[in-house]
Design a protein around this ligand. Structure first.
Ligand code: ADP
Ligand code: MG
Length: 322
């Protein structure tokens, strides 16, 4: 392949049916649907921080897009367009073939068009910007939680943390069990259909990238509320349950990131309707707690255990600069 332009043409130019003008000009052109707002978000993935540089390139491509789709899901937006800025140490064609295959498998599943980007030489770094549409005033924001709302999560939580710990040799786990939880870490499924179904029902939403305590904390701060959670109601997989009993890794459920599930609040009278959405989407939706008015005497989030005792503070999730 002779140039950067050939590389873009070969690996990244695909039909963009939802786009007025896609890759190849100085800028892409998109036609917005009337009465809708544009939801825009960016996520950067840095080798060594967000993924292992030697991770399977298919998984890197999938996840680079999936984490951005997760932000659209959390807004209740329909994802439509993405741009991809790539710094590559070299034009490694085996790597690019697999990376683009993972990226476009995810793009096809969630019907987004890649409409532009930038390609430069440098330490491996992947920056995706995503754009979606949401009918005006219907976005799921972080600041809408109300007193008495139920707190919900889609699940299971914890599998990505389990896989990461196993791959970093912090935890011994059987190969068959790693095979079960590794997809949660490498090829997460963004909850786009759930986000769309929650428009008009959820009062607030956020996606879980930094851990339940940290992300729900952001939502509660934005809403000026506090919450009570019931730890036993947090949905987990059979694999997580197995290792949890053996290894005392309970806190990972609420402090570890990378789940890319949705956490949202909704009035209790929508409980059955939301449970039905969970069934139709085949998602493990669980009501895990309640929102209440902020009281400066109390913690932002109080977690109760199986015996209805308050669990000790378990840390606050992942913070790049802490
Ligand atoms: P310019 O010099 O005007 O920035 P580029 O040479 O960077 O143009 O890019 C040429 C075209 O290819 C543009 O339409 C740009 O959006 C697109 N492009 C560049 N890199 C990527 C990429 N990694 N993925 C998708 N599109 C890309
Ligand atoms: Mg450029």
């Amino acid at each position: 392949m002779s140039s950067e332009f050939d590389l873009i043409e070969h690996y990244f130019k695909r039909p963009a049916p939802q786009t007025a003008l896609g890759i190849g000009d100085d800028a892409a052109l998109i036609q917005l649907t009337q009465g809708h707002q544009l939801a825009v978000s960016t996520d950067m993935l840095v080798a060594g921080t967000h993924f292992f540089a030697d991770a399977p390139p298919y998984a890197i491509g999938w996840k680079a897009l999936a984490v951005n789709l997760s932000d659209m899901a959390a807004m209740g937006a329909k994802p439509k367009w993405v741009t991809l800025a790539l710094a590559l140490p070299e034009a490694n064609h085996g790597w690019l073939t697999e990376f683009s295959r993972g990226f476009f498998d995810c793009a096809a599943q969630f019907q987004v068009d890649l409409i532009g980007g930038d390609t430069t030489k440098g330490p491996l770094n992947i920056c995706v910007q995503i754009m979606g549409e949401v009918p005006a005033q219907q976005a799921l924001r972080r600041d809408g939680a109300q007193d008495g709302d139920e707190v919900w999560v889609s699940g299971p939580l914890g599998d990505a943390a389990l896989a990461l710990a196993a791959m970093q040799n912090r935890l011994q786990i059987a190969p068959a069990d790693l095979a079960l939880c590794r997809p949660a870490l490498e090829t997460p499924q963004p909850r786009v259909a759930l986000g769309l179904a929650l428009r008009g029902l959820a009062t607030s939403a956020i996606d879980l990238s930094d851990g339940l305590l940290a992300d729900l904390g952001h939502l509660l701060n934005a809403s000026h509320r506090q919450a009570t959670l019931y730890y036993p109601r947090i949905p987990i997989s059979a694999v997580f349950d197995h290792y949890r009993q053996k290894n005392g890794i309970d806190q990972w459920l609420i402090t570890s990131g990378d789940d890319y599930e949705l956490c949202f609040t909704a009035p209790a009278h929508y409980h059955q309707q939301i449970a039905a959405i969970g069934q139709s989407l085949q998602l493990n939706l669980s009501a895990i707690g309640l929102v209440h008015a902020a009281n400066p005497q109390n913690a932002l989030i109080t977690v109760y255990d199986h015996a209805h005792q308050i669990m000790p503070q378990m840390g606050a999730g992942y913070d790049h600069f802490a």
